[in-house]
Write a protein that binds this ligand. Structure first.
Ligand SMILES: Nc1ncnc2c1ncn2[C@@H]1O[C@H](COP(=O)(O)OP(=O)(O)OP(=O)(O)O)[C@@H](O)[C@H]1O
Length: 479
């Protein structure tokens, strides 16, 4: 007995036969229906793994089949085949829950790809629990539960998704989750920050280039589209794409083919596009800063990620997660959070959303005295700081930047009796990072040497906690 069954719905017998023959050769068990009522009868009689339906049927419309299957058989992907294809219709069909839309006459290779992609959903059911923990989208509040339900639905289609939400809300995690739960899960996930690519390199970064295509093109380059072949291309900060690049991207999405810089030929690409921005693209279209046609193509399905202050029920879980994560990462015992500190975290607004909460806790885990994180250790904006002098000056003015928590000021160092006398004003350096790291390393090494490598005494001498010293030694590789 064949393992997978497919229902083909089309009122033209020749087309039904052709599709049944093609799919039959893939060892699929094909049933055929010529009308909506015949299809409904077959669907009642037995389960199918995949369904292909024509748009215009004698007693109804393929859209009815899609809507019905979407609610009654949500696990069965349904693809629409139509001779009356236009962009608006395709978008409506995908919004109604279709797995994909294919134009007639159906190309046999495309039909095989479509069936393979649909059946992968059946073969590899991906559950959230099987995701790498770094990709887990935490949160059980009502808005997060709704979001996760929508993610699960959209993941089962090939439709482009636009993710909208403030910075730090977790848009990239949402995109990864869509990929992991889709039929493309075994393919690559390629994230691209559109705002970070120099304008003159954009075309070659996206579409690749041939050797010698321009000065400096010493070898061939693959480009993001080809790197994402068979998988998902995540266009983060898509609003930052310049208008000429928007036109090129639109063309690639429409043609499903790319031409590398310096090449004569187009090559087909099979990539699902998921995009994101914290900017209102609709407003940018009104202001003529974003192409309307590209906006329609990208925004077939829109997901909005809520701000953290709209789902404060999730804060305790996220807090526990980040404390555990950073304690483990730095080989420290898991710190406890004082109840007053939790209250401060619950009352705070988080303009930088989850990223800001993560950074606050990353810093607090590092800087806390002993194993308890107090409200002082959070350094929330507007909060008075611990009275004792500390090597780690709060960088609360820029809570989104705690990863670079090397906020030593020169005056502070000079007053730590560190023995550093070479700090001159004004200081000139072409590498501030390295300069500060060197100062930090000298201060710590000096303190360790003068205390005969007694870390507790050295920490005291430096005015920082033992945990902070351990973290800094690890970071600066001081053994
Ligand atoms: N729900 C969540 N559960 C766990 N971690 C989260 C969650 N949301 C965000 N994070 C963490 O917060 C940080 C920021 O998330 P992410 O990069 O996905 O946000 P973003 O909305 O794409 O930000 P930006 O717009 O600035 O690119 C990441 O370290 C991510 O792991």
């Amino acid at each position: 007995m064949k393992q997978y069954s497919v229902l083909i719905i089309d009122d033209e017998p020749d087309i039904r036969q052709l599709m049944a023959m093609t799919l039959g050769r893939m060892d699929l068990d094909c049933s055929q229906a010529a009308t909506v009522s015949e299809a409904l009868q077959l669907l009642r009689e037995r389960p199918f793994h995949f369904c292909l339906t024509d748009m215009k049927l004698p007693d109804g419309n393929g859209m009815d089949i899609i809507q019905l299957c979407h609610s009654r058989y949500p696990d069965m992907p349904v693809a629409m085949i139509t001779a009356y294809g236009n962009m608006e219709m395709a978008i409506e069909t995908l919004k109604a829950g279709a797995f994909d839309v294919v134009a007639k006459p159906v190309d046999i290779t495309r039909l095989r790809e479509l069936a393979n992609a649909a059946l992968r959903l059946t073969r590899v059911p991906v559950h959230m629990e099987s995701l790498p923990s770094s990709d887990a989208l935490l949160g059980q509040s009502a808005p997060m539960r709704q979001l996760k339900e929508r993610i699960q639905k959209v993941a089962r289609t090939q439709a482009p998704v636009f993710i909208f939400g403030e910075s730090g809300t977790g848009k990239e995690l949402v995109a990864r989750l869509i990929h992991h739960q889709s039929s493309r899960a075994e393919g690559p996930f390629i994230p691209v920050n559109c705002g970070a690519i120099p304008k003159d390199l954009m075309e070659s970064e996206f579409f690749g280039h041939k050797k010698g295509a321009f000065t400096g093109a010493t070898g061939e380059k693959e480009g993001f589209f080809r790197a994402a072949e068979g998988g998902t291309l995540f266009l983060d900060e898509v609003a930052e794409l310049p208008l000429d690049m928007q036109a090129k991207l639109l063309r690639v999405i429409q043609e499903k083919a790319i031409r590398a810089v310096g090449s004569e030929h187009e090559v087909p690409v099979d990539v699902r596009i998921v995009s994101a921005s914290h900017k209102n693209l609709g407003k940018m279209v009104e202001d003529e800063k974003f192409r309307q046609d590209l906006f329609f193509r990208l925004n077939v399905i829109q997901l909005e990620v809520p701000r953290l202050c709209e789902r404060s029920d999730d804060i305790p879980h996220l807090v526990q997660h980040f404390i555990r994560k950073y304690s483990k990462e730095w080989g420290m015992p898991e710190a406890r959070l004082e109840p007053e500190a939790m209250q401060c975290l619950l009352n705070y607004e988080y303009p930088g959303n989850v990223r800001e909460l993560e950074n606050i806790l990353q810093r607090a885990v590092t800087m806390a005295e002993g194993d308890e994180i107090t409200a002082y250790d959070l350094h929330l904006p507007g909060q008075s700081s611990r009275p004792t002098s500390s090597l780690a000056v709060s960088n609360a003015e820029n809570p989104n930047d705690a990863s670079d928590d090397r906020s030593l000021n020169d005056g502070n160092l000079e007053s730590t009796s560190s023995g550093i006398s070479d700090i001159q004003h004004p200081i000139e350096t072409s590498n501030l990072e390295m300069y500060l790291e060197n100062i930090e390393r000298s201060a710590i090494t000096h303190a360790l040497e003068t205390t005969r490598w007694n870390k507790t005494a050295a920490a005291e001498k430096l005015g920082i906690s033992f945990r902070a010293l351990r973290y800094r030694c690890k970071k600066l590789r001081i053994d």
